[in-house]
Design a protein around this ligand. Structure first.
Ligand code: NAP
Ligand code: HSE
Length: 437
């Protein structure tokens, strides 16, 4: 079907690609009658098919056996399926299946940030060419409504920045490390046992998941396509227990931030752990919670906090997109295109300026600080404070924690290389950006 006939009373057939955590909750919602909540005149949503890999796997929803299939064509080529919900994850075969659904004139709802980040250009173009909707509220922030507001309610704004905690697994790990003084590996194991972290937690702990999500948000908010390699990305794997203790002593906590902000005449998109003042609200967004802070020129600062993952919260977003389609709201041409008038260029982190936190494991003897200060001074990095923290008398070493005034990233990186080469420095244990609020 095309998009124009959504206002008739014929049910709107839904085909699920995936019946895992999210797919099962969406199916349960449809079976519980949530597909009829779009209001008078809207088409009720009816589940027609669900694609899985393993027909014998036990599901959390009881579906008619005729609904389950392992054949993608049974969903993608079924004329009674009007909307395809892709909740499989990954780039492939999700990309091929979404493309095929769109070419077949079906609307698509997806929760898949990875395919949107890597192949969004092609998919949004294809959807526009075929006059169908490609909605993706669940792809960022789980149940938090952020894609919808950026695409409609906030359209009149020039968005200045988006700053977010959008990975629940890493936020859980960082919260525990801060509260318990525990090491990364220990907390990661706990997170796996609780089912927050995947068996292979690479995507979360190395910042990929947050990078996909901030790239997806940047497209909606700034109208730019952000290739994954244009996102400056650092994960949390290297963080040691001392950082949390020292940060707290200095009045900070550590969060994995995902930021897209206008600066240097362009847009800088970055994901990295950062020191944030313990007094700001974002410092109190703990555990698996997510938050997205938006700054628009008319609306000012906005704050959206909630469950960034989990079956029900994510199903809330997917079902909301389905109901929007059922309501037959006018197709909005690619919102990214509407916002791209000022043709923002993507800029490198090299020219980013902020305060920095350094922890250096140094020889505990006279003259060490002078050598380090010499390098910093030469590179225009002004020291705000220096504190000697834990000392290891046996090794004759101590942790030197230096806070800087705002400094240029490229100079800081150069300083780190020079400091690491000093005989008196055993290692540069940590270099963290301090986020300004
Ligand atoms: P999941 O529990 O692993 O479920 C994936 C489902 O897709 C399973 O039912 C699986 O079939 C099916 N599937 C995967 N590859 C397939 C293939 N090649 N052919 C047929 N079926 C296939 O994943 P999930 O947690 O629901 O996540 C789904 C999507 O939502 C991902 O893009 C994820 O990033 C996104 N998301 C998840 C959450 C969350 O809280 N989980 C939150 C926001 C967004 P079997 O069941 O037979 O194995
Ligand atoms: N792995 C993701 C997280 C799930 O930890 O936030 C939601 O996309």
């Amino acid at each position: 079907m095309g998009a124009s006939d959504v206002s008739t009373a014929r049910p709107l057939g839904v085909g699920l690609l995936g019946l895992g955590v999210v797919g099962s909750a969406v199916a349960a919602g449809l079976m519980a009658g949530r597909g009829e909540l779009a209001g008078e005149g809207a088409r009720p949503l009816v589940l027609r098919k669900a694609l899985v890999r393993d027909l014998r796997r036990k599901r959390t929803v009881d579906l008619d056996p005729g609904v389950l299939t392992t054949d993608p064509a049974a969903v993608l080529d079924d004329p009674s399926v009007d909307v395809v919900v892709e909740v499989m994850g990954g780039e492939q075969p999700a990309f091929d299946y979404i493309s095929r659904a769109i070419r077949g004139g079906k609307h698509v709802v997806t929760a898949n940030k990875e395919v949107l980040c890597k192949r969004g250009d092609e998919l949004f173009t294809l959807a526009a060419e075929h006059g169908v909707r490609l909605l993706h509220e669940a792809s960022v922030g789980g149940g938090i409504p952020i894609v919808g507001p950026l695409s409609s309610d906030l359209l009149a704004n020039r968005i200045e920045s988006i700053r977010a905690i959008i990975n629940g697994t890493t936020n859980y790990i960082l919260t525990k490390m801060a509260a318990q003084g525990a090491g990364f590996d220990q907390v990661l194991e706990e997170a796996k046992k609780l089912g927050y972290a995947e068996a292979d937690p690479t995507s979360d702990v190395d910042g990929w998941d947050a990078a996909y999500k901030i790239a997806v948000l940047a497209r909606v908010a700034f109208g730019v396509s952000v290739p994954l390699d244009a996102v400056h990305r650092e994960g949390i794997r290297g963080l040691e227990a001392q950082e949390f203790r020292y940060a707290a002593t200095l009045g900070y906590t550590i969060k994995l931030l995902a930021v897209a902000r206008r600066e240097q005449g362009g847009l800088l998109v970055r994901v990295h752990p950062a020191l944030i003042p313990s007094s700001v609200p974002m410092a109190k967004v703990d555990g698996v919670l997510n938050v997205v802070e938006v700054e628009g020129d008319l609306v000012g600062p906005l704050w959206l906090q909630g469950r960034g993952a989990g079956p029900d919260a994510t199903a809330s977003a997917v079902l909301g997109d389905l109901l929007r389609i059922a309501r037959g709201a006018e197709i909005r041409k690619n919102v990214a295109a509407a916002r791209s008038a000022d043709r923002l260029k993507l800029v490198s982190i090299d020219d980013h300026e902020c305060k920095y936190y350094f922890r250096l494991v140094c020889k505990d003897r006279p003259g060490v600080l002078a050598q380090i200060a010499g390098i910093l001074g030469k590179l225009q990095i002004s020291i705000a404070s220096v504190i000697q923290m834990d000392a290891n008398a046996e090794r004759g070493e101590a942790d030197l924690v230096i806070m800087t005034h705002p400094s240029l990233e490229r100079n800081v990186q150069k300083a780190v290389r020079e400091i690491a080469a000093l005989q008196v420095v055993a290692r540069v244990a940590s270099v963290l950006r301090v986020e300004a609020y």
